[in-house]
Design a protein around this ligand. Structure first.
Ligand code: FNR
Length: 339
């Protein structure tokens, strides 16, 4: 059997294969209230029917001012729990695990009112200038992540991912390009990591299940973070009980990125081998063979697919055929038929 289809156990959860749907914003909360709509039900449910092993819901805002857009999903209020519970039920009834990416957009939020960041520097001239967060703001935001994790548990999620990538709030603290603070939250790598450290500690205090962190392993800019530098932070995450690092890159500052098939896989490899922690590879991975190569050469432990799963909700069936592996389809597809 191809490694892509071998089950993978993380803590109390066994994924039926190594295929994960990468978190992708759907900008579909039409009433701007962060609540689940029909679009989310169909979109996530169909990938579960398609045999994706782990479905990670899009960046879901832990505070309303931390939304990338006003149409983002939210988890800042208990009112969000019912809708999210429906989604986990739809995902899990087809044998997939349900994950959610907890997010705060920081200086990349595009909502009304003030937006916050470690330092008062806009991303570029299209974005608002954020307000520098006070220590109180920081503690409130850490607490918002913890409360969001509690709500995610109530909604039945199997797995949490903290969004520490793509230039959103956590990433803004981690990178020296966006964090110019002179207090305990800026300067040294230890200080820049402190915000994420407190979030992980808080979340781990109430969440026993699998915990992922997504990072941008390269800033693609002079004096920015590199995957080599992230090894140290990945070691800290491991010590704190993070189970897997989902290795993405870029978007903390404007930069030109040369994206080609598998372009982020070397960063996953660097962190996996350097910090001895499981990783996920993501970015222009489109075929079963490509995914199998990454897993078998131990460059990552799971494969996350973004756009390829948007193009084809049933991609796992095609990958199984390509890798000569039989997978069990839903009973509805196989009754009396050879699938
Ligand atoms: C994304 N991506 C993304 N990443 C993330 O961490 N949180 C998110 O909410 C989103 N939103 C999002 C929306 C859409 C429509 C796309 C296409 C992408 C990035 C995504 O998870 C993935 O890392 C990239 O798309 C690269 O993988 P692919 O698409 O080349 O497989």
């Amino acid at each position: 059997m191809a490694k892509l289809f071998k089950p993978y156990t993380i803590r109390n959860v066994t994924l039926k294969n190594r295929i994960a749907m990468a978190p992708m914003c759907m900008y579909s909360c039409v009433n701007e209230d962060g609540k689940v709509e029909d679009w989310h039900r169909i979109h996530y449910g169909s990938r579960a029917v398609g045999q994706t092993g782990l479905i990670i819901l899009e960046a879901t805002a832990v505070q309303p001012q931390g939304r990338i857009s006003a149409q983002d999903l939210g988890i800042w209020d208990d009112e969000h729990i019912d809708g999210l519970t429906e989604i986990t039920r739809l995902i899990k009834q087809h044998g997939a695990a349900a994950g959610i990416q907890l997010a705060h957009a920081g200086r990349k939020a595009t909502v009304d009112g003030d937006i916050q960041a470690p330092s008062a520097i806009p991303f570029d001239h299209h974005y608002k200038t954020p307000v520098e967060m006070s220590e109180t703001d920081i503690q409130e935001t850490v607490q918002a992540f913890v409360l969001a994790a509690e709500r995610a548990a109530k909604a039945g999620f199997d797995l949490l991912e903290l969004h520490g990538a793509h230039g959103y709030l956590i990433n803004e603290f981690l990178s020296p390009l966006s964090n110019k603070r002179t207090d305990d939250y800026g300067g040294s790598s230890e200080n820049r990591y402190r915000f994420l450290r407190q979030i992980i500690d808080g979340v781990r205090g109430i969440w026993e299940g699998p915990l992922f962190v997504r990072i941008s392993a390269e800033d693609y800019s002079d004096d920015g973070m590199t995957s080599e530098q992230y090894i140290e932070m990945a070691e800290w995450m491991k010590e704190q009980g993070v189970d897997l690092i989902d290795v993405s890159s870029g978007a903390v500052v404007p930069a030109k990125i040369d994206a080609y098939p598998g372009y982020q896989v070397p960063y996953s490899e660097t962190i996996r081998n350097g910090a001895k922690i499981p990783t996920g590879a993501v970015g222009l991975i489109t075929s079963g063979l490509q995914a199998e190569e990454i897993l078998k050469n131990e460059r990552a432990d799971i494969i996350l697919l973004g756009r390829e799963l948007l193009r084809d909700a049933y991609w796992p069936y095609q990958a199984a055929r390509e890798l000569h592996t039989e997978i069990e389809p839903p009973a509805q597809y196989s009754r009396g038929w050879t699938f």
